[in-house]
Design a protein around this ligand. Structure first.
Ligand code: ARG
Length: 578
């Protein structure tokens, strides 16, 4: 199976070879002169230059060869050697119909890899804030995209379940529920479930944190308990694990709302059993410095100063890096992936660079294994400042979801009621959040403008959903005869849609290679625009010519399938109606 684009590129490559020249990559480009052709090949000039030839002469020779193939309907040379290409109608339609049967005709699969994606990264026992939305959204989309290319992909949430928050929550619990078995002198084991709600958890951490800020003695206590958990002191670790469990359930709930699901629900705590083995591997490269063991990671050609990575404290207590390195060890040992991707706030970029270098240098990771940091920018409020609630507090992710649901509900038709309404409101809200979040290029900061993102016009989730629902309603109104088949290109509007559909191969490839969801969002907007124009100018339902009507229905079907697939990559669902 090869895409149309690949097929054509191979044909052009062969023609060039036939003329006796070599070329590494032939690209079928979008046309910037649609009046001259549907696509362009702009590579002649480079080949001519390399071989000391006149480009127009070379273009002419190339066209002579290509013309023998009837699939190239029209070949026009422009300027210094641009070749404008118009394809034979049957060739185009044949491919479109193949895609109707199987979406995979749009993509060219290369070697399948095993990839672990580290995304989500919520911190247990602390509320999820708006900033925590980007990693699950982006990570989930990249995971689905990697799966589309038939890779074996595992998403790991890598929960932040170690750190100061353990000491905070436990010290506060000691005050609130001093009679818990974990605090008894003779504690050995406790199998009872912990009587603690999500609401309790939401309160405990901020209360403790405020107290500790003002009271050095309390802070000292927090540090002590945090260290006990890190050391694995049974009573505290047992209690902390129960707290993490409760918190995990809540975090999972929020991720579910965002349609983010993880193959591996692991966290920093899970790395502890690998720390000893990890440190054995790192040891020959470590040296002592100011109470810690560090590894030099700078290289001669560095443009910025990359400081040594602090691996572990000399007293043996672990830090963030210890746990990340042990997690890498565990992933290599258990899954032996070809690649590990980290979808994390770009401000952690330097830290990950240090970790990666230490991993390669020590042999924790083979040179062939690719560790890749995929940083993302900050999500700010409409005014470019940190996103806050009306009274100035930090906005939780759940509060943002509710806020967007309210707006979605206010725009939905009144006559959709009950459970159905609830579901559709949720689907629209998620489209507002996700499309808004996935449209900006990954590593840029952006402003979350709720009004703009929820409009049914422009580059928004609701606009795309609206288009999809409109197409779906055509199918509900019309009976089709036989199988879907596009048999006509009766207008420029249809031709434009078909050209756009052929481009999808390149769009998906670029999004996958650059790990950039923005390209997919842009494409969705463009294909919706083209379809809506076609829809406005063609009365599909009342078309008298049955053959044309059926062809339009089939084309609509293909556009729908494409929108549906791309939205599915972004983890956005299409409502039944809007
Ligand atoms: N919990 C971390 C944080 O909030 C993000 C985790 C990212 N992944 C990792 N392997 N360190 O900053």
């Amino acid at each position: 199976m090869a895409s149309f684009v690949k097929d054509v590129e191979e044909k052009i490559t062969k023609a060039i070879n036939k003329l006796g020249y070599q070329t590494d990559k032939v690209l079928l480009s979008n046309s910037n002169k649609p009046e001259l052709g549907q696509f362009q090949f702009n590579g002649v000039m480079a080949i001519a230059k390399k071989n000391g030839l006149n480009p127009v002469e070379l273009a002419n020779k190339l066209v002579d060869i290509l013309q023998e193939d009837e699939r190239f309907e029209k070949l026009l040379i422009a300027g210094p050697g641009f070749i404008n290409i118009t394809f034979n109608k049957d060739y185009l339609l044949n491919y479109m119909n193949k895609c109707l049967n199987d979406f995979d005709n749009f993509i060219d699969i290369e070697k399948s890899k095993k990839i672990i994606i580290d995304y989500g990264g919520a911190n247990a026992a602390k509320a999820l804030h708006v900033g925590h939305m980007r990693s699950p959204n982006i990570g989930e989309a990249l995971k689905r995209l990697a799966k589309l290319y038939k890779n074996e992909v595992l998403g790991d949430v890598h929960l932040g379940d170690v750190g100061r928050q353990s000491g905070m929550v436990i010290t506060e619990l000691m005050l609130e529920q001093p009679n818990l078995p974990y605090f008894k002198e003779n504690y050995t084991e406790c199998n009872d479930s912990l009587n603690l709600t999500i609401e309790d958890l939401g309160r405990l951490y901020p209360v403790a944190s405020n107290k500790a800020k003002e009271d050095e003695k309390r802070m000292e206590e927090v540090r002590k308990i945090t260290a006990e958990v890190d050391k694995g002191t049974k009573r505290y670790l047992d209690l902390w694990k129960k707290i993490v469990q409760i918190s995990s359930k809540d975090i999972k709930n929020t991720y579910d709302k965002l349609n983010c699901h993880f193959e591996l629900w692991e966290g920093e705590l899970d790395s502890y059993k690998y720390i000893d083995d990890t440190l054995k591997i790192l040891k020959p490269h470590m040296y002592e410095s100011e109470g810690a063991y560090v590894i030099d990671v700078k290289k001669e050609d560095d443009k910025v100063d990359i400081p040594p990575l602090i691996v572990v404290k000399t007293d043996g207590s672990s830090i963030y890096a210890t746990r990340d390195l042990a997690t890498i060890y565990s992933r290599m040992k258990r899954f032996n992936p070809d690649e590990i991707w980290y979808v994390v706030d770009k401000r952690q970029g330097m830290y990950f660079e240090q970790c990666f270098r230490a991993s390669y240098k020590s042999g924790l990771v083979k040179n062939e294994t690719k560790l890749e940091f995929l940083g993302f920018g900050t999500l700010n409020g409409k005014d470019g400042k940190p996103f806050k609630t009306r009274d100035g507090g930090l906005l939780t992710l759940n509060a943002l979801i509710d806020m967007v649901k309210e707006i979605a509900a206010s725009k939905l038709k009144e006559n959709i009621k009950g459970e159905e309404r609830e579901k559709i409101v949720e689907q629209i809200a998620i489209s507002i959040l996700k499309y808004g979040d996935l449209l900006p290029v990954r590593n840029t900061d952006y402003n979350f403008d709720i009004e703009k993102f929820s409009s049914v016009e422009g580059k928004t989730g609701p606009y795309v959903l609206y288009t999809a629902v409109r197409i779906k309603s055509i199918f509900n109104k019309l009976e089709k005869t036989g199988e879907y088949k596009i048999s006509e290109i009766s207008s420029k509007d249809e031709e434009n849609i078909i050209i756009k559909l052929i481009e999808l191969t390149k769009v998906l490839k670029a999004a996958y290679e650059e790990k950039n969801t923005s390209i997919i969002c842009d494409y969705l907007f463009n294909i919706c625009n083209l379809y809506n124009k076609f829809y406005a100018e063609h009365n599909i339902i009342n078309e008298k010519n049955e053959k044309i009507k059926q062809s339009w229905i089939a084309l609509s079907r293909l556009v729908y399938l494409v929108i549906e697939k791309l939205l599915d990559i972004l983890a956005i669902e299409i409502p039944e109606k809007m």
